[in-house]
Design a binder for this molecule. Structure first.
Ligand SMILES: Nc1ncnc2c1ncn2[C@@H]1O[C@H](COP(=O)(O)OP(=O)(O)OP(=O)(O)O)[C@@H](O)[C@H]1O
Ligand SMILES: [Mg+2]
Length: 508
């Protein structure tokens, strides 16, 4: 065994996160770690990398007991981690982030800027990210930041690489590329631990599995000897009914019409990030928007939500009346809500508790909400979305990643918007919670809420949407009704280069 844990236990106030967990990892293997939100997966990886120095039990590295007091010690021992939460410094460049704390120096002891830039270019090419090393991280989308985090561990020569949901913000093409990288790492003899809620990925990449439930190891084995149903049963403790599609019909009343939307490119003058976008949204309709990374889906939602008033131009009709949305506040006043893809940056106040976070947007309108009412509301969402927490008074910082995402959803649902925008809403959410969430979405739509859903997960888009728009290169390339589309047609429409060449933009 390369790395082994024996009877690891870890408690937080009110929560036993890990209970006597033993895990054995062989060299040159890819090991899937599975479990529902809050099962203890991230906690285990954090113990292995010295983030938590206090725990019970033993870690053996090459047969020798080790105890890491810090992330640095673990890294020196050859264990590297890609954290679930992005950890880059937004104000620094990509190269600066990659070499933070491990700067290259010239023989004279000066910073070797050229060398670091060159190495950065090399690893960025490996992860297929075509950006200059000097790009500031704050300019990158969440998916791009995730690729930078992956590039960062590729710089190390760690023997063990722990990947905590490395693909949650990646689309299929980037996931394929990451899998190629992982296979190469395995060839080099390295050991990978891989966490993901996407089952099909695990069957493609992993050799072995280990399943945690409520901090207890439920089972281990070879992927080749198990099935998806069996793994789900171990995670959840029972069978889960996988969603079948039920789309409503007869939705007629139009609540939103967007005409000729254009958005100026943020950095390149005379270039458009979005162009010629027109569509309508009916009452009670779930409109899916599909596209590859960089197609402009997030920008479209941002523009409609009033986040780019200076760069955008469009006509908007809300429930039959022409109107203007020039700031998020005016968007909220018109009954719009926006679940953004960036939970850490925009979604949550991590230092506040669950109740406070959920009532935050409602507070913007009303003077003071009574704490008791706030708590009752929070408790109702905790049960509807199965948020795993000792109480509604738990700080969001202390929730697992998937449970934080559920609080973000609750926060915007509580505003009871007429129109809800959601950008990758189920990222990092486990299978059971996902299906509860799908049910809830359908109930809300049946009750008259209209939803625009951006998702890179094709099954999710197909399950939820009544109608699907496909975007590529800042334009809408196709529109399908959910009853006559399949994965193939969606993907074809999403490929760049679709647009009729004579309508194509002239790029400077
Ligand atoms: N710093 C902390 N303080 C208090 N409780 C914590 C803390 N960190 C984690 N927990 C709790 O420990 C449990 C395990 O959390 P962990 O983050 O390991 O889950 P996870 O399996 O990674 O889930 P997810 O799939 O949502 O990322 C959860 O109940 C979580 O709320
Ligand atoms: Mg986690």
């Amino acid at each position: 065994m390369l790395l082994e844990t024996q009877n690891i236990s870890k408690s937080f106030p009110g929560v036993k996160a890990l209970d006597q967990v033993s895990l054995r990892l062989q060299p040159a293997s890819v090991n899937a770690l599975l479990g529902e939100n809050g099962a203890g997966k991230s906690t285990l990886l954090k113990i292995l990398t010295g983030v938590y120095a206090r725990y019970e039990g033993t870690i053996l590295l090459n047969g020798e007991p080790v105890r890491f007091g810090s992330v640095r010690e673990a890294r020196q021992a050859g264990i590297a981690i890609i954290h679930q939460e992005l950890n880059l410094v937004p104000q620094l460049t990509v190269a600066e982030n990659l070499f933070l704390g491990q700067e290259l120096r010239t023989p004279l002891g000066l910073l070797d800027v050229a060398g670091m830039n060159r190495k950065t270019e090399e690893v960025l090419a490996k992860v297929n990210l075509a950006i200059p090393p000097q790009t500031r991280v704050q300019r990158l989308k969440v998916g791009e930041q995730q690729l930078v985090e992956i590039a960062k561990v590729l710089l190390t020569d760690a023997a063990v690489i722990l990947m905590d949901e490395p693909t949650s913000a990646l689309s299929d093409a980037e996931i394929d590329n990451l899998h190629r990288i992982i296979r190469a790492l395995k060839q080099e003899g390295r050991t990978i631990v891989y966490i993901s809620h996407k089952m099909d990925e695990l069957f493609r990449i992993a050799d072995t599995y280990s399943v945690l439930r409520d901090g207890v190891m439920q089972g281990e084995g070879r992927m080749a000897d198990t099935t998806e149903q069996e793994l789900i049963r171990m995670m959840v403790g029972r069978d889960v009914r996988i969603e079948t599609k039920t789309n409503g019909t007869g939705k007629e009343e139009e609540v939103l019409r967007v005409s000729d939307l254009g958005l100026q490119h943020p950095y390149v003058s005379r270039r458009m990030a979005l162009q010629g976008i027109s569509f309508g949204l009916k009452k009670g309709e779930i409109l899916g928007i599909f596209g590859l990374m960089g197609a402009g889906r997030t920008e479209l939602l941002e523009t409609l939500f009033g986040l780019h008033p200076d760069r955008s131009k469009f006509d908007l009709v809300l429930e039959g009346k022409p109107c203007k949305v020039q700031s998020p506040l005016s968007a909220i006043r018109q009954g719009l809500a926006f679940v953004t893809e960036d939970r850490k940056g925009e979604g949550l106040i991590l230092g506040a508790d669950i109740s406070a976070n959920i009532s935050l947007p409602t507070l913007a309108g009303k003077a003071v909400l009574r704490k008791s009412k706030e708590n009752a509301q929070a408790r109702s969402y905790i049960s509807r979305l199965a948020i795993k927490t000792p109480s509604e008074g738990q700080l969001c910082r202390n929730l697992s990643g998937g449970n934080q995402q559920k609080v973000v959803l609750a926060k915007w649902l509580s505003t009871q918007p007429r129109i809800l925008f959601m950008d990758e809403p189920t990222r990092g959410i486990d299978i059971r919670a996902k299906h509860d969430f799908y049910e809830l979405m359908k109930q809300l739509a049946a009750g008259g809420m209209s939803i625009i859903l951006v998702s890179s997960e094709i099954p999710e888009i197909l399950t939820l949407s009544d109608r699907i728009l496909v975007m590529a290169e800042g334009r809408i390339t196709a529109s399908f009704s959910a009853s006559d589309v399949d994965e193939d047609r969606l993907l074809k429409a999403a490929l760049p280069g679709q647009i009729n060449p004579d309508r194509r933009l002239r790029q400077p």
